[in-house]
Ligand binder design. Structure first.
Ligand code: SF4
Length: 280
């Protein structure tokens, strides 16, 4: 019996034969989904599907599946201005047909205008930079349930309305596992962004509020100039009266990276001061 290793290091309790059977089934189901919704996609947009491409492994899989399904599609990459250079380089080199969209306003300008930093529950950057695209189309996304608990209720085909215009979201790999995605990327596609080999299991915007603290610190190591840029934007928020309860810009940045609430961060700081005083 052979074993398949998932990217999180766990052994999948399956033989290679069972794994391949399941992957084959996944591929067939995804292809059927893409083919059966093509009519809707073409009805909404003569270009066919709007494929949301990020340069990450999941978007590589949906790109390849669209090609295998023979459906009409155009792949789009929405820059956020805080994209890792490795991702930009990878897309340019390996996916020259992808259409790039540069935002009118940078992430830092948005922070300044909104007067605050984006948070896990207030992702104005995604709303203003990414989600406005693909309206009037069926958007193919690489969303997978295995990526986040918030996605357990996600459906394969979902309808939204953006500024009065219809937008459908099709998630053909919703139920794929990490191991299945990696097998497909490594053995069928054959290339992926170098950041995955540098310990990043997910790639995307530098310091995205959705990322873990460990990933954020890793990102700062490979792209230190972003710390300066974010701090500059934070300083503008402070000058406009926000974040007055913090000591300084570094303190705000530290809190933001931590991903915890201001209340909890302040309580932790107070506790630390008490402990230090006790030791004196
Ligand atoms: S930083 Fe995160 S929330 Fe903001 S646009 Fe990028 S992915 Fe979306």
């Amino acid at each position: 019996m052979e074993w398949i290793w998932a990217d999180d290091g766990n052994i999948l309790q399956k033989s290679i034969e069972t794994f391949m059977k399941s992957l084959d089934h996944r591929i067939k189901t995804s292809l059927e989904l893409l083919r059966s919704n093509e009519e809707l996609a073409l009805k909404m947009n003569p270009d066919g599907y709007y494929l949301a491409f990020s340069g990450g492994k999941d978007s590589q899989v949906i790109y390849e599946l669209c090609k295998m399904a023979g459906v009409k599609f155009k792949a789009h990459f929405n820059c956020t201005t805080v994209d890792p250079k490795e991702v930009l380089r990878f897309i340019r080199k390996k996916y020259p047909n992808v259409i790039w969209h540069r935002p009118e306003k940078s992430m830092f300008k948005l922070i300044e205008e909104q007067g605050c930093l984006p948070l896990r529950n207030m992702r104005f950057c995604c709303r203003l930079i990414k989600e406005i695209h693909g309206v009037g189309s069926v958007v193919v996304t690489g969303v997978r349930r295995a990526e986040s608990r918030n996605r357990t209720k996600h459906k394969v085909l979902m309808h939204t309305c953006v500024k009065g215009e219809d937008k459908f979201m099709l998630a053909p790999i919703l139920d794929w596992t990490n191991a299945e995605v990696w097998y497909f990327v490594r053995n069928i596609i054959g290339h992926y962004c170098e950041l995955y080999d540098k310990g990043f299991h997910r790639i995307g915007c530098i310091l995205c509020p959705n990322a873990s603290v460990a990933i954020k610190y890793k990102e700062l190591k490979i792209a230190p100039r972003f710390e300066y840029a974010y701090k500059k934007a934070i300083q503008k928020c402070i000058d406009n009266g926000k974040y007055q309860q913090f000591d300084n810009v570094d303190d705000v940045f530290k809190w933001w990276i931590s991903g915890i609430s201001i209340k909890k961060y302040m309580a932790n700081k107070d506790q630390l001061k008490i402990n230090l005083n006790d030791k004196k």
